[in-house]
Unconditional design. Sequence first.
Length: 217
Amino acid sequence: MPEAIVVIVKLVVAVVFGGAVGWQREAKDRPAGLRTHVLVCVGSAVYALASMSFGTGSDPARVAAQVATGMGFLGAGTIIRHGSVVRGLTTAASLWAVAAIGICIALGESGFWIAGVATAVVLLTLTAMRSVEVRLLPRERPARLTLRLTGGPDTAAAVREALGAKGVTVESVEMAAAGPGDLREMRLLVELPGGCALTDLVETLSSIERVESVRGE
């Protein structure tokens, strides 16, 4: 197969594998989504491909090491701290993993199956591991909830009552106007008890009358 075609195939695979992880992060509304993960995977593959074309005397391993180091700076940009809540660590780790996948793709042949297995493991970790973690390692976890609601104090009281029934501790509450009429945005910093999944809590709050939308993170 001509070398140009091989390079194109590798870059297309990098787009697919990086995009698969990025799509999952995009669906969860995380700081780094589809485009960022695709660019990281393609970029790391290009760096690795370039390092392998430098000829004798060059050391491709040094370029791979620098890619891993550079990912530390990009990953740090996705980490956000809100008081005691730290967000973005998992997304930073997924970017780091995607960079490694891109390097494996650049290796070709044996690297392809390593990249494929690694992508599957990353996706499995991001999707299924969260529920396993909640059930097997019960502990209080911080979370942020953003609700849009109408009905004023009555609806807010119903939200607080639902949180109390789940054993959720409310650390802080902020209310702000969110649109015409009595539409309000309610922002809460909470502590989830062990065994309480954020997705289940969001579903419970969404079922409350006059709660228009709920976002948890």
